[in-house]
Design a protein around this ligand. Structure first.
Ligand code: UDP
Ligand code: MG
Length: 355
């Protein structure tokens, strides 16, 4: 089924990545409410100033309200914008609601996945299809307040490349907020990025950032980490957080252990991607050296007749250290080989793309 609507013909087609992003000044010159030069025969397509990317999975009750809040805020900001809803395989009426919104508002664009791939996949495709100079992401469950968008944009205008929301006062159950604090603390320490809330759905990015970072699996929690390691300037701003009014959270308790495994992935694919041997090799050498020292000392003791190796468990410990150390060094070398060949990107099956 094709969901192309007639007005899509007048819309800009895919924004070519090769062409440099227009400067803010250029973009302001192209605003519709300003007079265009008469002699311009072949006007450039007018790319939006701002794209809002909204991943959603079974959020039928929230969508209308979210849309009207977004429209109110963005209307006041007086800029060109698009609302990119990514329906991540919803099984409720979310897609029908989005179609209704599309009918009344041409800013709305809908991408619909064939099945539920997860929030990271939705964000990844949203990033790929977004055309704005600034991209704002927002959860669809009304927990994030669209009224914060001007503040986020201001921080980007002040020079940051990525601004992450910080839900300082959270409206979530304790079972979620306590582990989340711990998780944010560890992530900040291990990555060296001094922000408090990595997993906030409300974030704003410069276009270059969303085109550069690759979000997959459940790495959406670590976009600031990925961006930081690509060399972008990352900052945060305190935002209001609201309790979930409709539906329920899509992430169970499994989010925490998966979150930590993903932290390892984030660290390895950024910090150690270029040089896995630096991590594994270092600890491998430490273990081998420790094993050699322990066993060497025991061998001397044995030679001098002061001990029998049979009743020294430490001897086995030394051997273990040497074996584990060699394993580590080998893993590091394998990692070096793998990092030389880039794994091809995952393809997501998009069901509809309504422009
Ligand atoms: N979401 C999604 N795909 C999923 C799970 C969640 O697109 O597989 C969306 C969800 O609809 C919401 C956002 O991601 O817009 C955040 O999800 P949720 O509110 O459940 O997360 P929480 O607030 O509990 O962290
Ligand atoms: Mg939520």
């Amino acid at each position: 089924m094709s969901d192309q609507t007639p007005d899509s013909a007048s819309e800009p087609r895919e924004r070519p990545e090769a062409s440099p992003a227009p400067t803010q000044q250029q973009n302001q010159q192209r605003r519709p409410n300003q007079q265009r030069p008469q002699q311009q025969r072949n006007p450039q397509p007018q790319w939006p100033d701002l794209s809002v990317v909204i991943p959603l999975f079974n959020e039928e009750e929230s969508l209308k309200e979210l849309h009207s809040q977004l429209r109110a805020v963005l209307g006041r900001m007086n800029l060109r914008y698009e609302l990119l809803f990514i329906d991540d395989g919803s099984t409720d009426r979310s897609f029908q609601v989005l179609r209704e919104l599309k009918r009344i508002d041409r800013h709305v664009k809908i991408i619909r996945f064939r099945r539920n791939y997860g929030k990271s996949a939705a964000l990844s495709v949203g990033f790929e299809k977004s055309q704005g100079n600034i991209v704002v992401t927002l959860d669809a469950d009304l927990q994030d307040d669209p009224a914060e968008i001007p503040l986020l944009k201001k921080r980007l205008d002040d020079g940051l490349d990525l601004v992450s929301g910080w839900k300082k006062k959270r409206h979530d159950p304790l079972s979620k907020t306590v582990p989340s604090r711990f998780f944010n603390f560890v992530t900040a320490k291990l990555t060296g990025i001094p922000i408090h809330d990595f997993n906030c759905g409300l974030k704003a990015y410069r276009r270059e950032v969303v085109k550069a970072v690759k979000v997959y699996g459940e790495l959406h929690r670590y976009v600031p980490v990925l961006a930081h390691w690509e060399g972008f300037k990352v900052g945060e701003v305190v935002v209001q957080h609201r309790a979930r009014r409709f539906g329920k959270t899509k992430f169970g308790i499994g989010r925490f252990w998966r979150g930590f495994l993903d932290l390892l992935t984030a660290l390895f694919t950024t910090r150690y991607l270029q040089s896995p041997l630096h991590l594994f090799g270092f600890w491998g050498l430490v273990a081998v050296c420790a094993g050699l020292v322990i066993d060497g000392w025991l061998a001397v003791e044995w030679y001098l007749g002061r001990t029998s190796l049979g009743n020294r468990p430490l001897f086995l410990g030394g051997i273990l250290c040497i074996i584990v150390g060699i394993q580590f060094i080998s893993i590091g070398l394998l990692g070096e080989m793998i990092s030389k060949t880039r794994v091809s990107e995952t393809q997501y099956q998009i069901r509809d793309f309504i422009k």
